[in-house]
Design a protein around this ligand. Structure first.
Ligand SMILES: [Fe+2]
Length: 180
């Protein structure tokens, strides 16, 4: 339980918000490391465009982690950002591709963003029940994450507007579909 929180919110509601924000903080920390991992491991003809496309995403997602962590502290909570805690607290596995082509990584990243954005939207719904300030932070981040996913998807989309990865649940499945 929190000892204090911002004016106008109950300690119990802020504890719920802090828990929700912690999950998104863990996800952001995982995502910016995953994006660097892809930045380092992408190979093939489109290497430079994907390699360079990812660094601005890394910087912004690192910034989102900072905003989320500082919101937790503002609410009276204690954000956790250490590597071991990140690994212990997440409900998903490590990114599954190593050295691979640009199309394979982009297919897999489409699935990474599916999970990231879906969970950010769930957090918006939780925050929207009690705190429009936290909700506003999450809404702004989600809009940018959705734009990043469009950057990824624009490399996968065909002229008819369909995505090869739509029916894939896994990163490896999406990587296969993207390179078929
Ligand atoms: Fe680099």
């Amino acid at each position: 339980m929190l000892e204090f929180t911002v004016p106008g919110l109950s300690n119990a509601d802020s504890a719920t918000l802090a828990d929700t924000l912690q999950k998104r903080l863990t996800a952001c920390n995982d995502l910016h490391l995953t994006l660097k991992h892809v930045h380092w491991n992408v190979v093939g003809p489109n290497f430079i465009s994907v390699h360079e496309m990812l660094d601005p995403q890394v910087e912004l997602v690192r910034g989102y982690a900072d905003v989320l962590a500082e919101r937790i502290a503002t609410l009276g909570g204690s954000p956790v950002g250490t590597m071991g805690a990140n690994a212990d607290h997440r409900s998903w596995d490590d990114y599954s591709l190593g050295r691979d082509t640009a199309q394979a990584h982009l297919g897999a990243l489409d699935k990474v963003y599916d999970g990231m954005i879906g969970d950010h939207r769930k957090a918006i719904a939780v925050a929207g029940e009690v705190d429009p300030v936290t909700e506003d932070i999450l809404i702004g981040q989600t809009a940018e994450l959705e734009k990043f996913q469009w950057f990824v998807r624009a490399h996968l989309e065909n002229a008819a507007g369909s995505l090869p990865t739509t029916d894939d649940a896994s990163e490896k499945g999406a990587a296969r579909s993207a390179t078929a």
